[in-house]
Ligand binder design. Structure first.
Ligand code: APR
Ligand code: ZN
Length: 358
């Protein structure tokens, strides 16, 4: 079968036709991928921001159809439509039992278990998935069943960006009605955070991006105000009387904008780091300000979402016309166009490219 492989750090992806699957183990499911979104985290694997082994089949935002189930699988059967969750929800470990399945203790084991075979060697999928492949094998803990009346390109977006962004606003920040919100970065994740803030009833939503066309798009998804980073202080003064925002969400993964996000939140407000930065980049806080500003500084893994309950809710919001997923798909592409899609994302030209495998 066909799959896009990252052969080495900073290397273009290679689309190969000779990739095969390993054995279907107990608890595993064989899934045919129908759609996969292209997320910035895939680019982050390529450039080393997010560590992964090489070679690696990239892609972690996908949806597909179950082909075959391994021994002991009870949650899905052949023919089921599924979202692929890039974090398992085993429901047995400490974090899952505490109601934090997005921190599932099996994550690393799943991420490092190879299910592809290339040139006779076992090869990993990114985060354990590898949705830039026509088919994959994954534990049933990573599958969320959906009804088959929803187009799978729409469903695929839920696999990462939408759950991450909407979840960051609703679950992590817990944006409250009538509040003020600033979102840094208007890619798939940031646009989703804007939609999450709108759904939660924020009164003002300021979208910040360096790319003007992204700002125009942000308005469509619910931003009430938009600006480039140089105008942030002026907008903060206008919207919050200089106090700062109730909630500030960083959806880029850059130390400078993470620091700016913390600064944009008001005293007692909440700053959420959604973007994934590099292990070797740091952010400075002085020893006085963390105490004095009394801010909540939160990380947000997968939008602090329990995928089994939150993903179905997102699809209900979509069905109710409250979450716009169609407009987030900037272009539909074939797997062979994957390197161009990576470039388009880095050039700020797309919200999401979606690979069509059907
Ligand atoms: N200031 C403002 N906006 C910026 C800046 C900056 N310094 N740098 C980049 N941006 C904007 C880009 O113009 C783009 O619109 O941030 C947006 C990032 O969007 P995408 O590249 O589409 O990334 P996305 O898939 O949304 O992911 C964002 O979340 O899950 C993580 O790993 C992912 O760190 C990444 C982040
Ligand atoms: Zn992602």
């Amino acid at each position: 079968m066909k799959a896009a492989i990252l052969p080495a750090l900073n290397s273009p992806l290679e689309v190969r036709n000779d990739v095969s699957l390993g054995d279907l183990g107990a608890g595993d499911v064989h899934v045919k991928i129908v759609s996969s979104g292209v997320c910035h985290s895939d680019v982050s694997a390529q450039n080393g921001t997010i560590p992964c082994g090489f070679p690696c089949v990239l892609g972690h935002e996908g949806a597909g159809i179950v082909q075959e189930i391994g021994d002991g699988v009870t949650g899905v059967q052949a023919g089921d439509h599924v979202i692929l969750s890039f974090v398992p929800a085993c429901q047995r470990c400490g974090p899952c039992l505490r109601g934090q399945s997005y921190l599932c203790a099996r994550s690393m084991a799943v991420a490092t278990a190879p299910h592809f075979v290339i040139d006779g060697n076992p090869v990993n999928g990114f985060t354990g998935l590898g949705t830039f492949a026509e088919e994959l094998i994954i534990t049933e803990d990573c599958l969320v069943k959906v009804t088959d009346d929803i187009p799978l390109d729409i469903v695929s977006l839920i696999g990462c960006g939408v759950t991450t962004g909407v979840g960051a606003a609703i679950n992590t920040a817990q944006v409250s009605p009538g509040s003020s919100v600033v979102v840094f970065g208007c890619g798939g994740v940031g646009i989703s955070a804007i939609q999450g803030a709108r759904i939660a009833g924020a009164a003002e939503i300021l979208a910040v991006d360096t790319v003007e066309s992204k700002l125009e798009q942000a308005k469509h998804f619910g931003a009430t105000h938009v600006c480039t980073p140089d105008a942030l202080d002026q907008l903060k003064a206008e919207i919050t009387a200089g106090e700062g925002f109730d909630y500030a969400l960083e959806c880029i993964g850059n130390p400078t904008t993470i620091r700016a996000t913390f600064d944009a939140a008001r005293r007692g407000g909440t700053a959420v780091v959604v973007g994934v930065g590099r292990l070797d980049e740091n952010i400075q806080f002085n020893a006085f300000e963390l105490f004095y500003t009394d801010k909540n500084l939160r990380g947000s893994m997968y939008g602090s979402s329990n995928v089994r309950t939150f993903m179905p809710k997102l699809l209900r919001l979509w069905k109710a016309g409250k979450l716009d997923l169609e407009s987030m798909i900037s272009q539909r592409i074939q797997l062979e166009e994957i390197n161009d899609a990576f470039q388009a994302m880095q050039d700020g030209k797309v919200i999401r490219s979606v690979i069509d495998f059907s």
